[in-house]
Design a protein around this ligand. Structure first.
Ligand code: KIV
Length: 268
């Protein structure tokens, strides 16, 4: 699909109403953003997964706002039409609503993204209301929350008990009522995310949350086979670029060693 017009938040609500799936991926650099939107990807999230996907960290926790803004600006330069969301890193929106507002402004004004994402449900709803009130589109995120890995004691599927189920339903509603334009459901049982999706007017974007969400998002490095530490159960590999890169590096190294490269055609 060839996107020809800048995508706005209204487009996503209309897609949900029409029963059309929202197409989303993470992106961290300009060329990936360009290729993805040329292939019809409508929403690009500059996730704090940047930490693991690109920066070599073990979790999203060490990612700083400066690192995130740097990559957001690259994605904003690469994509013309896709809606770009900057994922606010750990502790950049928690200390106070004022901190969240000041930092969110940097995403919009300095990095040139179209909206921001915050993790959390009810606890963060007041901040979402204030941001939206100030004109910042907000994407919510509930379920598995990578920024809470330290308090949650690891990465766990969310919503497996009746209490957790109820909490997620209430969190989703709180995020919608606060004014978010869509919400990520991460690692939630498919049946529960189907119920949440049916109960909300705003679209749900699933990752490990089953097929009934209004859209899907994946970490681009996972689907391209660029992240080799492990393959999350929710991810499917559509390419094996790590192997392709290794093949190319091996061939290059071998040709430089043997003197085959550079040949006449690469010389002046
Ligand atoms: O950081 C990220 O990539 C995310 C997605 C998993 C939704 O938050």
């Amino acid at each position: 699909m060839d996107i020809q017009k800048k995508i706005t938040t209204r487009y996503f609500r209309q897609k949900k109403e029409k029963g059309e799936k929202i197409l989303s991926l993470t992106a961290y650099d300009a060329p990936t953003a360009k290729f993805a939107e040329e292939c019809g990807i409508e929403l690009l999230l500059v996730g704090d997964s940047l930490g693991m996907a690109l920066l070599g960290y073990k979790s999203t926790i060490p990612v700083t706002i400066e690192q995130s803004l740097h990559h957001c600006a690259a994605v904003a330069r690469g994509a013309k039409f896709a809606f770009i969301v900057g994922d606010m890193p750990f502790m950049t929106y928690h200390p106070s609503v004022k901190t969240a507002m000041t930092n969110a402004a940097r995403y919009i004004q300095e990095a040139g993204v179209d909206g921001v994402k915050l993790e959390g449900g009810k606890v963060i709803s007041k901040t979402i209301t204030r941001l939206v009130g100030a004109g910042v589109p907000v994407m919510g995120h509930i379920g598995l929350l990578p920024q809470s890995v330290l308090t949650q004691g690891g990465y766990r599927i969310a919503g497996k008990t009746k209490d957790e189920e109820q909490r997620l339903i209430e969190d989703a509603k709180a995020v919608e009522d606060a004014g978010a334009f869509c919400i990520v459901l991460e690692c939630i049982p498919a049946e529960l995310s189907a119920r949440i999706t049916a109960s909300l007017k705003i679209p749900t974007i699933g990752i490990g949350a089953g097929p009934k969400c209004d859209g899907q998002i994946q970490v681009v490095n996972d689907i391209l086979g660029m992240f080799t530490d492990f393959i999350p159960k929710h991810a499917k590999r559509y390419a094996n670029l790590s192997e392709e890169m290794k093949k190319a590096f091996t061939a290059y190294a071998s040709e430089v060693s043997s003197g085959k490269f550079p040949g006449k055609e690469n010389s002046f």
